[in-house]
Design a protein around this ligand. Structure first.
Ligand code: MN
Length: 251
């Protein structure tokens, strides 16, 4: 198995290093990841400055490169230039923090997997939902799912968004296939003053507890289960298409 691994927490994060080392014990691993924290950079790419690639030592059998770009940059660059052989699978993570509900819109972790899918590859995004960020269980789950994905394949435009509760492997309550649930935040901006007397704002949104149906990712995590959501891009609102056509727009 050949895997390409990336993330949005940066190549020095514990999650990606634990994942890369675990997969290197049974697969050919290439790591191409941001050189710094790039969480919540969504699907952005770099167009107006050069991308620099530097080799990083993560272990004798792992080819690893850091890039001064976003997670989507890393996937595009890896698949378009750095990987000599096409990977069987692209893994993104393991992220420190949940990627539940529509938070995946902001997520660099999820967007790296989405970019791999847009390039025609199979992909899995992996996140441990909250501290303690011990990745021992999550890399075992990643291995299991990787074998399943290679064996069964995935619908061409779909990646798996996997969220894992911060529990030891033996204490996980199961693994379920879910749909995207609802996560709401109360937007909160702390206003502070810097040493020069200027005001600045620090985003500090708080999660608001809302009802989630039993088949959602949020519900699964609250129940201590691993959540596996198949995600694809389908932005067109079919119902609205019908409504808008009824307007009979003309120039
Ligand atoms: Mn992150």
């Amino acid at each position: 198995m050949r895997v390409l691994i990336t993330n949005d927490d940066g190549i020095h994060a514990s999650g990606i290093q634990t994942l890369a080392k675990h997969f290197a014990s049974f697969a050919t691993v290439t790591v191409v990841a941001p050189d710094r924290q790039q969480s919540a950079t969504s699907h952005s790419i770099t167009l107006h400055k050069p991308l620099h690639v530097d080799e990083v030592h993560l272990g004798s059998s792992i080819r690893a490169y850091q890039v001064n770009g976003t997670p989507a940059d890393c996937v595009k660059l890896a698949l378009g230039a750095l990987c000599e052989d096409a990977p069987d699978l692209v893994l993104s993570g393991v992220n420190s923090g949940a990627n539940l509900g529509l938070d995946i819109v902001y997520s660099g972790t999820a967007s790296a997997a989405a970019e791999a899918v847009l390039q025609g590859f199979k992909a899995i995004a992996l996140s441990v939902t909250k501290p303690p960020f011990d990745f021992t269980a999550s890399v075992r789950i990643a291995e299991n799912l990787a074998h399943q994905v290679i064996q069964h394949g995935l619908t061409a435009d779909t990646y798996l968004n996997v969220n894992i509760p911060p529990l030891p492997y033996d204490e996980l309550k199961g693994i379920v296939v879910t749909r995207i649930g609802v996560r709401k935040y109360k937007n909160a901006y702390e206003r502070r003053t810097d040493p020069l007397g200027r005001n600045y704002y620090w985003q500090a949104g708080k999660i608001v507890k809302v009802h989630n149906e039993q088949d959602t990712d949020v519900h699964a995590i609250e129940a201590g289960k691993v959540s596996v959501t198949p995600v694809h891009f389908d932005f067109t609102n079919g119902q609205s298409l019908v409504t808008l056509n009824s307007w009979q727009l003309t120039l």
